[in-house]
Ligand binder design. Structure first.
Ligand code: TRP
Length: 361
C-alpha cells in the first residue's frame, strides 16, 4: 500500500516555535525522507471558520502567513502538495455523508472538542459546524487516502474518530477508505512546548509565543525575559530545573555540538543542569546560551522567509496549483465513495439498462 501523509494547521495566526518543534520540523524531515509516496499539507481555513465565523478577515490574512512559514521551514511544493481546505468542495460532500455514520453522543465524548468548547465559552450554544469538525477532519484525512497523520497528541481523538468512520463506512458500503494512523512527535518535550511565561502551552491569546517570523531582536528579548525558577534569586542560590522554561527549551533544542560552539565550559546539558541545581549559575548565562541556539535555528528560516516575501503572487500561485492538484485527488476518492454508496446513477449504465428492462415489461 502507498504511504501517504496528510496534515495541516488552522490559519488563525503566524506559526510559532511550538508548531515548529511539535510538527513543522518533523514534516520537513518526513517530506525529505523519500519514504512517502505523497505528502499533503493543508491550510485548514474551513475548520478555522468553525469557531471564527464572524471574523473571516482574520483567516484570510493568515493564509499567506502560514504559507510563508511553511515555505521558510523547508516545505517544498515540488515534494509536498500545499493547499487550502476551502478550495476542495469535495471535502464538504464527504463530510455530509460521514455525518450519517456518527452519533451526537460520540461527538460529545471527543476530549479535544470538550476542552475547546470550554476554552471558547461555547457551553450554552455550540455552533453545529464547530461541533462536527471532527467529521470534517475525517474527510480531510480520508479524501487523500492518507495512511499517516503527523500531529500532536491533541489530534489523537480526531484520528481515532476518523478510524471509526472508515471502519463503519467500509463495513456498510464495502472496502473503500483507508484507515489512517497518527504519527506523534518522537521527543516528548516537543509534544507541547510551554510558553515563554512558563504556562502549559504557547498560545497567541496568552502572548507567550516566539514566532518563526520574529526578528532576531524580538527573539532575544523574549528569551531574556523568559520564566525560570522564581526561587532562584541570587546566582549562588540553588535552582530548579523542573518547570524552568529555559531548561525545557534547552531539552527541546540543544544538541551536544552547541556546547563546544557556544558554551565550552560545559560538556553537556546534564552538566549545565547540575551546576544550576547546585547554585552558582546565573539565569542570564543560560538564557544567552538558549538565545544563541535559537538564533542559529531561526536565522535560515528568517532568511528564506524574506526571500519568499519578495514574491507573494508566486506564493498564491503555488497555493492555487496545490489546491488544483489536491482537488483532483479528492475528486477521485469521491468517485469511489459515490460508487460504494450507490449514488453514482449516471455513470452506471447497468443501472439504467436494468431499469429500462424493468419498465418495458
Ligand atoms: N485540527 C488541526 C489543528 O487544529 C488542523 C487540521 C485540520 C488537521 N484538518 C486536519 C490536522 C487533518 C491533521 C489532519 O491544528
Amino acid at each position: 500500500m502507498k504511504k501517504i501523509i496528510l496534515t495541516g494547521d488552522r490559519p488563525t495566526g503566524r506559526l510559532h516555535l511550538g508548531h515548529y518543534v511539535g510538527s513543522l520540523k518533523r514534516r520537513v524531515e518526513l517530506q525529505n525522507s523519500g519514504e512517502y509516496d505523497k505528502v499533503f499539507i493543508m491550510i485548514a481555513d474551513a475548520q478555522a471558520l468553525t469557531d471564527n465565523a464572524d471574523n473571516p478577515e482574520k483567516i484570510r490574512q493568515n493564509i499567506i502567513e502560514v504559507a510563508l512559514d511553511y515555505l521558510s521551514c523547508g516545505l517544498d511544493p515540488a515534494k509536498s502538495t500545499i493547499f487550502i481546505q476551502s478550495q476542495i468542495a469535495e471535502l464538504c460532500e464527504l463530510a455530509f455523508y460521514y455525518m450519517n455514520l456518527v452519533t451526537v453522543s460520540r461527538l460529545q465524548r471527543n476530549p479535544t472538542v470538550k476542552t475547546e468548547i470550554q476554552m471558547r465559552n461555547f457551553e450554552t450554544s455550540i455552533p453545529v459546524g464547530f461541533f462536527t469538525y471532527p467529521i470534517s477532519q475525517a474527510s480531510d484525512i480520508t479524501a487523500f487516502r492518507a495512511t499517516t497523520v503527523p500531529a500532536g497528541d491533541d489530534q489523537e481523538p480526531m484520528v481515532e474518530q476518523t478510524r471509526e468512520i472508515v471502519r463503519k463506512f467500509n463495513s456498510v458500503y464495502g472496502e473503500t477508505l483507508v484507515e489512517p494512523e497518527i504519527l506523534l512527535p518522537e521527543n516528548c518535550v516537543c509534544q507541547r512546548l510551554p510558553g515563554t511565561d512558563g504556562k502549559a502551552k504557547m498560545s497567541k491569546s496568552l502572548g507567550n509565543c516566539i514566532y518563526l517570523s520574529d526578528t532576531a531582536e524580538d527573539v532575544r528579548k523574549k528569551v531574556m525575559s523568559m520564566y525560570t525558577d522564581p526561587g532562584h534569586i541570587r546566582i549562588e542560590d540553588p535552582g530548579k530545573i523542573e518547570g524552568n522554561t529555559v531548561f525545557t527549551y534547552l531539552d527541546a533544542f540543544s544538541r551536544p555540538e552547541h556546547f563546544s560552539e557556544f558554551l565550552p565550559d560545559y560538556a553537556s546539558l546534564d552538566e549545565l543542569k547540575d551546576h544550576y541545581r547546585r547554585g552558582g549559575l546565573g539565569d542570564v548565562k543560560v538564557k544567552k546560551f538558549l538565545n544563541s541556539i535559537l538564533q542559529q535555528e531561526l536565522e535560515p528560516i528568517r532568511t528564506r522567509r524574506r526571500e519568499f516575501e519578495q514574491d507573494i503572487p508566486g506564493v498564491y500561485r503555488m497555493l492555487k496549483e496545490g489546491s488544483d492538484a489536491a482537488r483532483e485527488v479528492a475528486a477521485s476518492t469521491l468517485a469511489d465513495v459515490r460508487r460504494a454508496m450507490r449514488i453514482n446513477y449516471f455513470e452506471d449504465e447497468e443501472l439504467i439498462a436494468s431499469q429500462a428492462a424493468r419498465f418495458s415489461r
